[in-house]
Design a protein around this ligand. Structure first.
Ligand SMILES: *Cc1c(COP(=O)(O)O)cnc(C)c1O
Ligand code: SF4
Length: 434
């Protein structure tokens, strides 16, 4: 890593300017000529870069650019920040809104997919536009915050929807708005009794660590419980500055998690990811998810096989601290949501035993205990009567609990036939098995 002062472009920048997040945003690298002063680029490379901003603009914070290896085009920092002509290649499987955030959106900028939590977008601006961004359909479009009126409509929806207990502020990067604007949003959300936690999803600790200031933390602490997830992808991103940013947040009582994206040529390797996850625990950032790279347009060159993620988890679970092991998830196209996948540890079972294997490949048994093992409610517990848990009893959980016999897909020919049969038998009660 170079000292920024050693890069001629910034030799006259004072430490005060350099560590001022507004200065960093104002001085983002957005054109190839400036970039060529930070890393060595051939004429052909410069041309490729300027031709490759068709879907997503380029903006790189000076801080993040200073982490680049000037001589290595395969540097993991460069790959995440510098456009490549691969982005222009769109495959037939790729989509614009792959995970149907707009389909599950009762208000523009708000997605309500899961029972108890919503995603609220505050801005389409990011300090850096990651080349692998899956929200590239919206990020960087205006490079501005959304209007208070638009956000307010989303907050009104939360107020009118009592099952929402977790509001996730996202974007763009929600920490690109001013402290004042952010406080206005959080204060308004906090007035809603049924909202238990507020979450922030931000890459600033990684690409703009100076955004995490004592003032910001002081403001956020007033509205606890606040949770925050960030987005480290490579151990080289863990620096004195990003460490300080995460530690300030955690010292302010904000649990910090990490959402990594599996990227070919950046971190698609058990060794790199293990080092990253261990270093994250060192800075008190808990690895939360590893995402399979999305099928957004122009990301094919970053996508790994699904097996790679499973191989990585295999190399982590058991081999290192449990809290250094994230969950590998696939955010299923067309709105399936995050689906966890991983190695299988259950090998076989009989009515007497479970057969399990551990991370070393040792095979072990666990006996099924004879007798009545069905759990019963503690006699004095009244929670089911007082705690509204309706949506948690949907889906597979409802079949498990015996509330439903089965879940059948809609819109099949079989379903249509069944409807017909049911209609015809309307006058013959007794034929209906239900
Ligand atoms: C990821 C996501 C969430 C949060 O999911 P968690 O698994 O609770 O972290 C909420 N809403 C949407 C639309 C999401 O994509
Ligand atoms: S910070 Fe997040 S939203 Fe912004 S460009 Fe990067 S991945 Fe996309």
């Amino acid at each position: 890593m170079r000292r920024y002062k050693d890069i001629p472009l910034w030799k006259d920048v004072s430490p005060k300017q350099w560590t001022d997040w507004h200065w960093q945003v104002r001085n983002r690298i957005t054109d190839v000529e400036t970039l060529a002063q930070v890393v060595n680029l051939s004429d052909a490379e410069q041309k490729e870069i300027s031709n490759s901003m068709k879907y997503l603009r380029m903006a790189i914070t000076p801080y993040y650019a200073s982490l680049m290896d000037p001589n290595d085009p395969d540097c993991p920092i460069r790959k995440q920040a510098i456009p490549s002509s691969n982005e222009l290649h769109v495959t037939k499987d790729e989509m614009t809104d792959t995970v149907y955030e707009t389909v599950d959106s009762p208000h523009e900028g708000l997605t309500h997919r899961y029972p108890d939590r919503v995603l609220l977008l505050l801005t389409d601006q990011c300090s850096m536009y990651c080349r692998h961004c899956c929200r590239r359909r919206i990020v960087g479009q205006t490079d501005h915050a959304r209007s208070w009126e638009e956000i307010k409509a989303g907050i009104d929806y939360v107020r009118d929807t009592p099952q929402v207990r977790d509001v996730l502020l996202s974007g763009g990067d929600p920490l690109l708005v001013s402290d004042q604007f952010l406080e206005k949003v959080i204060r308004e959300i906090r007035k809603i009794k049924h909202v238990q936690i507020v979450r922030i999803g931000t890459r600033t600790p990684v690409v703009l660590p100076y955004r995490i200031t004592p003032q910001l933390v002081k403001m956020l602490r007033k509205y606890h419980p606040i949770w925050l997830n960030t987005h480290f992808n490579h151990p080289n991103e863990i620096t004195t500055e990003s460490k300080r940013a995460v530690e300030m947040l955690v010292d302010g009582g904000i649990p910090v998690g990490n959402q990594q994206v599996l990227l070919k040529g950046v971190n698609d390797c058990p060794t790199i990811t293990k080092k990253l996850c261990q270093d994250l625990t060192w800075i008190r950032c808990r690895p939360y998810y590893i995402y399979q790279c999305d099928i957004a347009k122009g990301l094919e060159h970053f996508r790994t096989s699904l097996g790679k993620g499973i191989e990585i988890i295999e190399a982590l679970r058991g081999h290192t601290s449990g809290f250094a092991v994230p969950q590998f998830v696939i955010d299923a196209p067309t709105g399936g949501g995050k689906i966890p996948v991983g190695p299988n540890y259950l090998i076989s079972m009989s009515d007497k035993r479970w057969i399990l294997r551990n991370y070393e490949g040792g095979v072990f048994q666990f006996p099924e205990v004879a007798g009545d093992r069905e759990s019963k409610c503690p006699p004095s517990c009244k929670m089911c009567k007082t705690y509204d848990n309706i949506e948690s009893n949907e889906g597979v959980a409802a079949v498990l609990s015996g509330k439903k016999m089965c879940l059948l897909p809609e819109g099949t020919m079989r379903e249509a036939r069944r409807k017909e049969i049911k209609k015809e038998r309307k006058h013959a009660p007794g034929c209906d098995p239900f």
